[in-house]
Design a protein around this ligand. Structure first.
Ligand code: NZQ
Ligand code: ZN
Length: 382
Protein backbone atom coordinates (compact mmCIF):
# COMPACT_ATOMS: atom_id res chain seq x y z
CA UNK A 1 0.00 0.00 0.00
CA UNK A 2 1.38 3.45 -0.86
CA UNK A 3 1.22 6.48 1.45
CA UNK A 4 -1.90 8.57 1.20
CA UNK A 5 -3.82 11.44 2.76
CA UNK A 6 -7.57 11.03 3.02
CA UNK A 7 -10.03 13.78 3.83
CA UNK A 8 -13.61 13.89 2.61
CA UNK A 9 -15.49 16.76 4.22
CA UNK A 10 -18.92 16.31 2.58
CA UNK A 11 -21.78 15.87 5.03
CA UNK A 12 -24.07 13.17 3.66
CA UNK A 13 -27.77 13.46 4.53
CA UNK A 14 -29.45 10.29 3.38
CA UNK A 15 -32.98 8.90 3.39
CA UNK A 16 -36.69 9.38 2.84
CA UNK A 17 -37.91 12.98 2.91
CA UNK A 18 -34.45 14.28 3.80
CA UNK A 19 -34.85 17.35 1.55
CA UNK A 20 -36.76 18.96 4.43
CA UNK A 21 -33.45 19.24 6.32
CA UNK A 22 -32.11 21.63 3.68
CA UNK A 23 -32.89 24.79 5.62
CA UNK A 24 -30.79 23.63 8.56
CA UNK A 25 -27.72 23.44 6.32
CA UNK A 26 -27.70 26.97 4.87
CA UNK A 27 -27.69 30.29 6.71
CA UNK A 28 -30.52 32.79 6.22
CA UNK A 29 -27.79 35.36 5.60
CA UNK A 30 -26.76 33.58 2.41
CA UNK A 31 -27.79 34.67 -1.06
CA UNK A 32 -28.35 31.37 -2.77
CA UNK A 33 -28.10 30.54 -6.46
CA UNK A 34 -30.18 27.39 -7.00
CA UNK A 35 -29.25 25.50 -10.17
CA UNK A 36 -31.40 23.00 -12.05
CA UNK A 37 -31.37 20.85 -15.17
CA UNK A 38 -34.08 20.71 -17.79
CA UNK A 39 -37.11 20.26 -15.57
CA UNK A 40 -37.29 16.68 -14.25
CA UNK A 41 -37.41 18.08 -10.72
CA UNK A 42 -40.72 19.80 -11.51
CA UNK A 43 -42.30 16.43 -12.35
CA UNK A 44 -41.28 14.53 -9.26
CA UNK A 45 -41.92 16.99 -6.45
CA UNK A 46 -38.24 17.71 -5.78
CA UNK A 47 -38.53 21.36 -6.83
CA UNK A 48 -41.48 21.93 -4.49
CA UNK A 49 -39.71 20.30 -1.58
CA UNK A 50 -36.61 22.45 -2.11
CA UNK A 51 -38.61 25.68 -2.37
CA UNK A 52 -40.75 24.81 0.66
CA UNK A 53 -37.68 24.08 2.68
CA UNK A 54 -36.16 27.44 1.77
CA UNK A 55 -39.16 29.65 2.65
CA UNK A 56 -37.87 32.95 3.98
CA UNK A 57 -34.45 32.53 2.33
CA UNK A 58 -33.02 34.77 -0.38
CA UNK A 59 -32.53 32.74 -3.52
CA UNK A 60 -32.37 33.00 -7.32
CA UNK A 61 -33.08 30.18 -9.75
CA UNK A 62 -31.01 29.19 -12.76
CA UNK A 63 -32.54 26.58 -15.09
CA UNK A 64 -31.24 24.66 -18.07
CA UNK A 65 -27.99 22.94 -17.15
CA UNK A 66 -27.97 20.20 -19.75
CA UNK A 67 -26.59 16.65 -19.60
CA UNK A 68 -22.83 16.99 -20.11
CA UNK A 69 -22.95 20.58 -18.86
CA UNK A 70 -21.86 23.09 -21.44
CA UNK A 71 -19.53 25.98 -20.79
CA UNK A 72 -21.85 28.43 -22.62
CA UNK A 73 -24.74 27.63 -20.26
CA UNK A 74 -22.51 27.81 -17.20
CA UNK A 75 -21.17 31.23 -18.22
CA UNK A 76 -24.78 32.50 -18.14
CA UNK A 77 -25.27 31.11 -14.63
CA UNK A 78 -22.04 32.73 -13.48
CA UNK A 79 -23.22 36.11 -14.83
CA UNK A 80 -26.49 35.73 -12.89
CA UNK A 81 -24.63 34.72 -9.72
CA UNK A 82 -22.32 37.74 -9.99
CA UNK A 83 -25.23 40.13 -10.69
CA UNK A 84 -27.18 38.90 -7.68
CA UNK A 85 -24.14 38.80 -5.40
CA UNK A 86 -24.72 35.14 -4.61
CA UNK A 87 -22.49 33.58 -1.99
CA UNK A 88 -23.83 30.03 -1.93
CA UNK A 89 -24.67 27.59 -4.75
CA UNK A 90 -27.27 24.86 -4.34
CA UNK A 91 -27.32 22.24 -7.11
CA UNK A 92 -30.53 20.24 -7.54
CA UNK A 93 -30.31 17.37 -10.02
CA UNK A 94 -27.95 14.75 -11.43
CA UNK A 95 -24.21 14.72 -11.93
CA UNK A 96 -24.37 17.27 -14.73
CA UNK A 97 -26.12 19.88 -12.60
CA UNK A 98 -23.71 19.21 -9.74
CA UNK A 99 -20.60 19.30 -11.95
CA UNK A 100 -21.82 22.45 -13.66
CA UNK A 101 -22.47 24.00 -10.26
CA UNK A 102 -18.92 23.26 -9.16
CA UNK A 103 -17.80 25.42 -12.08
CA UNK A 104 -20.40 28.08 -11.24
CA UNK A 105 -19.22 28.14 -7.60
CA UNK A 106 -15.67 28.60 -8.84
CA UNK A 107 -16.61 31.06 -11.57
CA UNK A 108 -18.64 33.59 -9.53
CA UNK A 109 -15.65 34.83 -7.49
CA UNK A 110 -13.26 34.42 -10.47
CA UNK A 111 -12.32 37.40 -12.62
CA UNK A 112 -11.46 35.61 -15.86
CA UNK A 113 -13.41 33.36 -18.23
CA UNK A 114 -14.80 30.14 -16.78
CA UNK A 115 -13.12 27.88 -19.39
CA UNK A 116 -9.77 29.00 -17.91
CA UNK A 117 -10.83 27.29 -14.67
CA UNK A 118 -11.40 24.01 -16.52
CA UNK A 119 -8.08 24.34 -18.29
CA UNK A 120 -6.27 24.92 -15.00
CA UNK A 121 -7.50 21.47 -13.94
CA UNK A 122 -6.46 21.99 -10.30
CA UNK A 123 -8.67 24.63 -8.71
CA UNK A 124 -8.55 23.06 -5.25
CA UNK A 125 -6.70 25.93 -3.61
CA UNK A 126 -8.55 28.83 -5.22
CA UNK A 127 -11.43 30.83 -3.81
CA UNK A 128 -14.78 29.19 -4.57
CA UNK A 129 -18.27 29.61 -3.15
CA UNK A 130 -19.64 26.89 -0.87
CA UNK A 131 -21.82 24.32 -2.65
CA UNK A 132 -24.66 22.14 -1.40
CA UNK A 133 -26.40 19.47 -3.49
CA UNK A 134 -29.70 17.63 -3.71
CA UNK A 135 -28.97 14.55 -5.83
CA UNK A 136 -31.63 12.98 -8.05
CA UNK A 137 -29.57 10.48 -10.08
CA UNK A 138 -27.17 7.90 -8.63
CA UNK A 139 -24.14 7.59 -10.92
CA UNK A 140 -21.26 10.01 -10.81
CA UNK A 141 -20.33 10.33 -7.13
CA UNK A 142 -20.06 14.09 -7.79
CA UNK A 143 -22.17 14.66 -4.65
CA UNK A 144 -19.21 13.55 -2.52
CA UNK A 145 -16.10 14.31 -4.56
CA UNK A 146 -14.21 17.35 -5.80
CA UNK A 147 -14.25 16.56 -9.51
CA UNK A 148 -16.37 18.00 -12.30
CA UNK A 149 -16.47 17.30 -16.02
CA UNK A 150 -17.35 20.18 -18.32
CA UNK A 151 -18.15 20.11 -22.02
CA UNK A 152 -17.38 22.67 -24.68
CA UNK A 153 -19.69 21.85 -27.57
CA UNK A 154 -18.25 24.44 -29.91
CA UNK A 155 -14.75 22.98 -29.59
CA UNK A 156 -16.16 19.41 -29.23
CA UNK A 157 -14.14 19.01 -26.03
CA UNK A 158 -14.83 17.58 -22.57
CA UNK A 159 -12.42 17.93 -19.66
CA UNK A 160 -12.39 17.31 -15.91
CA UNK A 161 -11.22 19.81 -13.34
CA UNK A 162 -10.92 19.58 -9.56
CA UNK A 163 -12.40 22.03 -7.14
CA UNK A 164 -13.89 21.84 -3.62
CA UNK A 165 -16.07 19.03 -2.22
CA UNK A 166 -19.73 19.88 -1.67
CA UNK A 167 -20.33 21.11 1.87
CA UNK A 168 -23.34 18.80 2.14
CA UNK A 169 -25.32 16.50 -0.11
CA UNK A 170 -28.90 15.37 0.37
CA UNK A 171 -29.74 11.95 -1.05
CA UNK A 172 -33.36 10.91 -0.94
CA UNK A 173 -33.86 7.66 -2.90
CA UNK A 174 -37.53 8.61 -3.43
CA UNK A 175 -36.32 11.29 -5.86
CA UNK A 176 -34.98 8.60 -8.20
CA UNK A 177 -38.34 6.90 -8.80
CA UNK A 178 -38.96 8.98 -11.92
CA UNK A 179 -35.68 8.07 -13.63
CA UNK A 180 -36.01 6.60 -17.13
CA UNK A 181 -34.67 3.04 -17.44
CA UNK A 182 -31.87 4.19 -19.72
CA UNK A 183 -30.55 6.63 -17.11
CA UNK A 184 -30.74 3.95 -14.41
CA UNK A 185 -28.76 1.58 -16.64
CA UNK A 186 -26.15 4.25 -17.38
CA UNK A 187 -25.91 5.04 -13.66
CA UNK A 188 -25.40 1.39 -12.77
CA UNK A 189 -22.70 1.08 -15.44
CA UNK A 190 -20.98 4.30 -14.34
CA UNK A 191 -20.92 3.13 -10.71
CA UNK A 192 -19.58 -0.31 -11.66
CA UNK A 193 -16.87 1.17 -13.87
CA UNK A 194 -15.81 3.79 -11.32
CA UNK A 195 -14.94 0.91 -9.04
CA UNK A 196 -13.22 -0.97 -11.88
CA UNK A 197 -11.03 2.06 -12.66
CA UNK A 198 -9.72 2.00 -9.08
CA UNK A 199 -9.62 -1.78 -8.71
CA UNK A 200 -8.66 -3.48 -11.97
CA UNK A 201 -4.91 -2.85 -11.81
CA UNK A 202 -2.64 -5.31 -10.00
CA UNK A 203 -3.49 -7.53 -7.02
CA UNK A 204 -1.87 -7.40 -3.60
CA UNK A 205 -1.82 -3.63 -3.13
CA UNK A 206 -4.47 -3.56 -0.41
CA UNK A 207 -6.64 -6.55 0.53
CA UNK A 208 -9.01 -4.13 2.24
CA UNK A 209 -9.53 -1.91 -0.82
CA UNK A 210 -9.96 -5.05 -2.94
CA UNK A 211 -12.72 -6.45 -0.73
CA UNK A 212 -14.41 -3.08 -0.47
CA UNK A 213 -14.42 -2.70 -4.26
CA UNK A 214 -15.58 -6.25 -4.84
CA UNK A 215 -18.38 -5.60 -2.36
CA UNK A 216 -19.65 -2.66 -4.40
CA UNK A 217 -19.30 -4.57 -7.69
CA UNK A 218 -21.25 -7.54 -6.29
CA UNK A 219 -23.88 -5.23 -4.89
CA UNK A 220 -24.42 -3.58 -8.28
CA UNK A 221 -24.69 -6.98 -9.98
CA UNK A 222 -27.23 -8.07 -7.36
CA UNK A 223 -29.48 -5.02 -7.43
CA UNK A 224 -29.34 -4.19 -11.16
CA UNK A 225 -32.24 -6.43 -12.21
CA UNK A 226 -34.28 -5.18 -9.25
CA UNK A 227 -33.92 -1.47 -9.91
CA UNK A 228 -34.39 -1.92 -13.65
CA UNK A 229 -37.56 -3.95 -13.29
CA UNK A 230 -38.96 -1.88 -10.45
CA UNK A 231 -37.52 1.64 -10.02
CA UNK A 232 -39.85 2.14 -7.05
CA UNK A 233 -38.20 -0.60 -5.01
CA UNK A 234 -37.02 1.77 -2.26
CA UNK A 235 -34.47 -0.47 -0.58
CA UNK A 236 -32.77 -1.45 -3.82
CA UNK A 237 -32.72 2.16 -5.01
CA UNK A 238 -31.29 3.28 -1.66
CA UNK A 239 -28.56 0.64 -1.98
CA UNK A 240 -27.84 1.78 -5.53
CA UNK A 241 -27.68 5.41 -4.47
CA UNK A 242 -25.24 4.77 -1.65
CA UNK A 243 -23.16 2.42 -3.84
CA UNK A 244 -22.77 5.17 -6.45
CA UNK A 245 -21.59 7.62 -3.81
CA UNK A 246 -19.19 5.12 -2.24
CA UNK A 247 -17.77 4.19 -5.65
CA UNK A 248 -16.24 7.61 -6.23
CA UNK A 249 -15.74 9.42 -2.95
CA UNK A 250 -12.19 8.24 -2.35
CA UNK A 251 -13.05 5.35 -0.03
CA UNK A 252 -11.97 2.55 -2.38
CA UNK A 253 -8.74 4.11 -3.65
CA UNK A 254 -6.73 4.61 -0.48
CA UNK A 255 -3.12 3.60 -1.07
CA UNK A 256 -3.72 1.84 -4.40
CA UNK A 257 -2.96 2.64 -8.04
CA UNK A 258 -5.74 3.70 -10.41
CA UNK A 259 -6.42 3.37 -14.12
CA UNK A 260 -9.04 5.82 -15.62
CA UNK A 261 -8.10 5.13 -19.28
CA UNK A 262 -11.65 3.98 -20.04
CA UNK A 263 -13.06 7.25 -18.71
CA UNK A 264 -10.57 9.41 -20.59
CA UNK A 265 -11.41 7.76 -23.92
CA UNK A 266 -15.11 7.82 -23.02
CA UNK A 267 -15.06 11.61 -22.57
CA UNK A 268 -13.87 11.92 -26.17
CA UNK A 269 -16.76 9.76 -27.39
CA UNK A 270 -19.19 12.05 -25.59
CA UNK A 271 -17.46 15.16 -26.91
CA UNK A 272 -17.60 13.89 -30.49
CA UNK A 273 -20.92 12.03 -30.53
CA UNK A 274 -22.91 13.28 -27.53
CA UNK A 275 -23.11 9.73 -26.12
CA UNK A 276 -24.34 9.43 -22.54
CA UNK A 277 -21.39 9.05 -20.18
CA UNK A 278 -22.20 5.62 -18.68
CA UNK A 279 -22.89 4.28 -22.15
CA UNK A 280 -19.44 5.24 -23.44
CA UNK A 281 -17.93 3.18 -20.63
CA UNK A 282 -19.81 -0.04 -21.41
CA UNK A 283 -18.36 0.15 -24.92
CA UNK A 284 -14.84 0.90 -23.80
CA UNK A 285 -14.20 -1.13 -20.66
CA UNK A 286 -14.36 -4.51 -22.41
CA UNK A 287 -11.96 -3.14 -25.04
CA UNK A 288 -9.56 -1.93 -22.36
CA UNK A 289 -9.71 -5.33 -20.67
CA UNK A 290 -8.98 -7.19 -23.93
CA UNK A 291 -6.06 -4.99 -24.88
CA UNK A 292 -4.55 -4.64 -21.40
CA UNK A 293 -5.05 -8.29 -20.42
CA UNK A 294 -1.30 -8.90 -20.11
CA UNK A 295 -0.78 -6.11 -17.59
CA UNK A 296 -4.08 -6.70 -15.81
CA UNK A 297 -4.34 -10.48 -16.11
CA UNK A 298 -3.78 -11.38 -12.45
CA UNK A 299 -6.36 -8.84 -11.28
CA UNK A 300 -8.85 -9.87 -13.96
CA UNK A 301 -8.60 -13.42 -12.61
CA UNK A 302 -9.20 -12.24 -9.03
CA UNK A 303 -12.16 -10.13 -10.15
CA UNK A 304 -13.65 -12.98 -12.18
CA UNK A 305 -13.35 -15.43 -9.35
CA UNK A 306 -14.64 -13.17 -6.58
CA UNK A 307 -17.33 -11.21 -8.42
CA UNK A 308 -18.56 -13.76 -10.98
CA UNK A 309 -17.39 -17.08 -9.54
CA UNK A 310 -15.45 -17.82 -12.74
CA UNK A 311 -12.21 -19.79 -12.41
CA UNK A 312 -10.31 -22.36 -14.47
CA UNK A 313 -6.97 -23.97 -15.12
CA UNK A 314 -6.46 -22.40 -18.54
CA UNK A 315 -5.39 -18.85 -17.69
CA UNK A 316 -6.00 -17.22 -21.08
CA UNK A 317 -9.32 -18.94 -21.61
CA UNK A 318 -10.49 -17.95 -18.13
CA UNK A 319 -9.50 -14.32 -18.70
CA UNK A 320 -11.45 -14.31 -21.98
CA UNK A 321 -14.51 -15.77 -20.26
CA UNK A 322 -14.36 -13.08 -17.57
CA UNK A 323 -14.18 -10.27 -20.12
CA UNK A 324 -17.09 -11.80 -22.06
CA UNK A 325 -19.09 -12.05 -18.82
CA UNK A 326 -18.44 -8.38 -18.10
CA UNK A 327 -19.69 -7.38 -21.54
CA UNK A 328 -22.71 -9.65 -21.14
CA UNK A 329 -23.51 -7.90 -17.86
CA UNK A 330 -23.50 -4.51 -19.56
CA UNK A 331 -25.79 -5.85 -22.28
CA UNK A 332 -28.11 -7.23 -19.60
CA UNK A 333 -28.57 -3.60 -18.49
CA UNK A 334 -29.94 -2.87 -21.95
CA UNK A 335 -26.83 -0.98 -23.06
CA UNK A 336 -24.73 -1.40 -26.18
CA UNK A 337 -21.09 -2.40 -26.15
CA UNK A 338 -19.89 -1.59 -29.67
CA UNK A 339 -18.97 1.67 -31.38
CA UNK A 340 -20.82 0.71 -34.57
CA UNK A 341 -24.05 0.32 -32.58
CA UNK A 342 -23.72 3.98 -31.64
CA UNK A 343 -22.91 5.59 -34.94
CA UNK A 344 -19.16 5.74 -34.41
CA UNK A 345 -16.49 4.17 -36.61
CA UNK A 346 -13.05 4.62 -38.13
CA UNK A 347 -13.42 8.37 -38.48
CA UNK A 348 -14.07 8.69 -34.75
CA UNK A 349 -11.15 6.42 -33.92
CA UNK A 350 -8.81 8.49 -36.09
CA UNK A 351 -9.93 11.72 -34.47
CA UNK A 352 -9.50 10.43 -30.91
CA UNK A 353 -6.07 9.03 -31.72
CA UNK A 354 -5.09 12.32 -33.38
CA UNK A 355 -6.12 14.25 -30.26
CA UNK A 356 -4.27 11.86 -27.96
CA UNK A 357 -1.11 12.06 -30.08
CA UNK A 358 -1.28 15.83 -29.95
CA UNK A 359 -1.77 15.79 -26.16
CA UNK A 360 0.82 13.02 -25.73
CA UNK A 361 -1.40 11.15 -23.29
CA UNK A 362 -0.27 8.34 -20.99
CA UNK A 363 -3.25 6.87 -19.16
CA UNK A 364 -3.65 3.81 -16.97
CA UNK A 365 -1.99 2.62 -13.78
CA UNK A 366 1.32 2.10 -15.64
CA UNK A 367 0.92 5.14 -17.90
CA UNK A 368 1.05 2.69 -20.82
CA UNK A 369 -2.20 3.67 -22.56
CA UNK A 370 -0.93 6.14 -25.16
CA UNK A 371 -2.49 7.10 -28.50
CA UNK A 372 -1.40 3.85 -30.19
CA UNK A 373 -2.84 1.66 -27.43
CA UNK A 374 -6.02 3.75 -27.52
CA UNK A 375 -6.34 2.85 -31.20
CA UNK A 376 -6.08 -0.87 -30.33
CA UNK A 377 -8.78 -0.47 -27.64
CA UNK A 378 -11.13 1.34 -30.01
CA UNK A 379 -10.51 -1.11 -32.88
CA UNK A 380 -11.33 -3.99 -30.49
CA UNK A 381 -14.85 -2.64 -29.87
CA UNK A 382 -15.73 -1.40 -33.32
O1 NZQ B 1 -32.08 17.84 -16.81
P1 NZQ B 1 -33.17 17.12 -16.13
O2 NZQ B 1 -34.50 17.50 -16.60
O3 NZQ B 1 -33.05 17.17 -14.63
O4 NZQ B 1 -33.04 15.56 -16.59
C1 NZQ B 1 -31.93 14.76 -16.30
C2 NZQ B 1 -31.04 14.51 -17.53
O5 NZQ B 1 -31.78 14.63 -18.71
C3 NZQ B 1 -32.41 13.38 -15.98
N1 NZQ B 1 -32.75 13.18 -14.56
C4 NZQ B 1 -31.96 13.40 -13.48
N2 NZQ B 1 -32.60 13.03 -12.36
C5 NZQ B 1 -33.82 12.58 -12.73
C6 NZQ B 1 -33.93 12.68 -14.13
N3 NZQ B 1 -35.03 12.31 -14.81
C7 NZQ B 1 -36.06 11.82 -14.09
N4 NZQ B 1 -36.02 11.68 -12.74
C8 NZQ B 1 -34.93 12.04 -12.04
N5 NZQ B 1 -34.87 11.84 -10.71
O6 NZQ B 1 -31.35 12.52 -16.32
C9 NZQ B 1 -30.63 13.06 -17.42
C10 NZQ B 1 -29.16 12.86 -17.21
O7 NZQ B 1 -28.71 13.59 -16.12
P2 NZQ B 1 -27.12 13.83 -15.86
O8 NZQ B 1 -27.00 14.69 -14.68
O9 NZQ B 1 -26.47 14.24 -17.12
O10 NZQ B 1 -26.58 12.34 -15.55
P3 NZQ B 1 -25.39 11.88 -14.65
O11 NZQ B 1 -25.69 12.04 -13.22
O12 NZQ B 1 -25.04 10.54 -15.13
O13 NZQ B 1 -24.19 12.90 -14.98
C11 NZQ B 1 -23.40 12.77 -16.12
C12 NZQ B 1 -22.28 13.81 -16.12
O14 NZQ B 1 -21.39 13.61 -15.01
C13 NZQ B 1 -20.05 13.48 -15.47
C14 NZQ B 1 -20.23 12.89 -16.85
O15 NZQ B 1 -19.08 13.02 -17.65
C15 NZQ B 1 -21.41 13.68 -17.37
O16 NZQ B 1 -21.01 14.93 -17.84
N6 NZQ B 1 -19.24 12.72 -14.51
C16 NZQ B 1 -18.88 13.32 -13.37
C17 NZQ B 1 -18.04 12.74 -12.46
C18 NZQ B 1 -17.63 13.44 -11.22
N7 NZQ B 1 -18.01 14.68 -11.03
O17 NZQ B 1 -16.93 12.87 -10.41
C19 NZQ B 1 -17.48 11.41 -12.66
C20 NZQ B 1 -18.13 10.64 -13.75
O18 NZQ B 1 -17.21 9.68 -14.22
C21 NZQ B 1 -18.64 11.45 -14.89
O19 NZQ B 1 -17.61 11.72 -15.81
ZN1 ZN C 1 -17.97 7.88 -14.77
Amino acid sequence: MTNFVFQNPTKLIFGKNSISSLSGEISKENRILITFGGGSVKNNGVYEQVINSLKGYTFFEFWGIEANPDIETLRKAIILGKEKNCDFVLAVGGGSVIDGSKLIAAGIPYEGDAWEIVKKRDFTKEKVLPLGTVLTLPATGSEMNAGAVISNRIAKEKFAFYSRYPQFSILDPLTTFTLPKFQIACGLADTFIHVMEQYLTTPGQSPLMDRWSEGILQTIVEISPKVLSNPEDYDSMATFMLSATMALNGFVSMGVSQDWATHMIGHELTALHGLTHGHTLTILLPGTMWVMRKEKGDKILQYGQRVWGISGTDRELTISKIIEKTEEFFRSLGLKTRLSENGAGEETINEIVRRFEQRDVHFGENRSVNAAVTRQILERVI
